[in-house]
Ligand binder design. Structure first.
Ligand code: GLU
Length: 359
């Protein structure tokens, strides 16, 4: 009766907390009850939950806050304890264990650690435990942080081969304009490769403010990997059950999944753009081939520049001459060797097709 066998659900801070930052335990209890019903129906659920920093900030009143990084570390440390305790007790009322998994962008940037995380979550699921994932905000600071938990949830959904990713925030979906403008409407369905740029341009501030631009970018990428993505309002009663049972017409945005098969290594690479240790700049010809339907590798003959200091096997971004990232791949050579080979013909590819994701 429910769609999907394995789903990842991201719950944003503004769904889980009141305006003053304290945990909305009634909302949490309601969401946990709905997850418990899915669990009972044999559906595997992975939660990606925010709310640590907000909850910690509301709990500990500091007379004088230290610098913002230290404050975030203190608040997330307390808030995560508060958050996971609440989840733990709530799930236990339904006879279910939940387990905490804290992660960092850095620990997902090497394939070995990535596979360790994957195994941990797979084991929890196999043993009937609900994994609750958050970034380890106590050590993820400045440039090593995920943009937000939307980015983390995309990575988790892909890593765990979820059939669907549900992103809960406090608005109904992606709007055609500013959500506060009564003329704006929720875009109900986004087809693969559908161009949303006109909405992003006409309502730049609204997309940016609510984090809708990142949500849209993540949703598109995850849908391109064959996963259905739903952006919906987590503050609505019964929303999860209703979305998954298909009963009632819930207003939300659904990004339809691509039908093409994507290997697990390519999926990891797709989410690795921000881990990149360097970049290759390619000429227009190479870019056109890359963006065409043909399966292609990156050849030295199309490379015009190599930037950064990287080793063989590191993740590198592929940029066009305007500086747009057109793809992400795994380097077949270190940067020294790549620099020596710029523009040369007849060499083995700099990035192989199997280790290349095209945006
Ligand atoms: N990891 C942060 C927290 O739990 C939230 C990040 C986000 O807002 O997406 O407080």
């Amino acid at each position: 009766m429910f769609r999907f066998k394995r789903i990842a659900i991201k719950i944003g801070s503004n769904v889980l907390t009141h305006k003053d930052g304290t945990l909305d335990t009634d909302r949490m209890a309601s969401l946990v009850e709905q997850v418990a019903a899915l669990h009972a129906a044999g559906i595997e659920v992975i939660l990606i939950s925010s709310g640590a920093v907000a909850s910690g900030r509301s709990a500990l009143k500091l007379e004088k806050e230290p610098d913002p990084v230290s404050a975030r570390q203190i608040f997330s440390s307390i808030g995560q304890a508060r958050l996971i305790n609440e989840y733990y007790e709530l799930f236990l009322k339904h006879g279910i264990y939940c387990g905490q998994v804290l992660t960092t962008k850095e620990s997902l940037s090497t394939r070995g650690h990535y596979l360790n995380q994957k195994n941990c979550i797979a084991q929890l699921l196999q043993h009937g435990v609900i994994p609750i994932i958050n970034e380890n905000d106590t050590i993820s600071v400045t440039e090593l942080m995920f943009t937000d938990n939307d980015e983390l949830s995309g990575l988790v959904a892909t890593m765990m081969d979820a059939e669907a990713l549900i992103i809960f925030s406090n608005i109904d979906g992606i709007f055609t304009g500013d959500p506060k403008d009564p003329a704006s409407q929720v875009i109900r369905e986004v087809a693969v490769d559908q161009d949303l740029s006109k909405y992003i341009q006409t309502s730049k501030s609204s997309f940016g403010r609510g984090g809708m631009l990142t949500k849209t970018n993540i949703a598109r990428k995850v849908a391109a990997e064959g996963i259905t993505v739903i952006i919906a309002n987590g503050k609505k009663d019964g929303i999860l059950t209703s979305l998954l049972s298909g009963e009632g017409d819930q207003v939300c945005t659904v990004f339809l999944p691509s039908k093409r098969e994507v290997s697990s290594v390519k999926k990891w690479i797709a989410h690795s753009e921000s881990f990149a240790k360097g970049e290759l700049v390619i000429n227009d010809n190479a870019r056109d081939v890359l963006l065409s339907d043909k399966a292609s590798s990156i050849l030295f003959v199309g490379i015009t520049d190599v930037k950064g200091d990287f080793e063989r096997g590191d993740i590198i971004n592929i940029k066009d001459k305007e500086g747009s990232v057109v793809g992400v791949g795994k380097a077949q050579y270190d940067s020294r060797k790549m620099v020596q080979s710029i523009g040369k013909k007849g060499l083995r590819p700099a990035v192989l097709y199997d280790y290349l994701w095209v945006n």
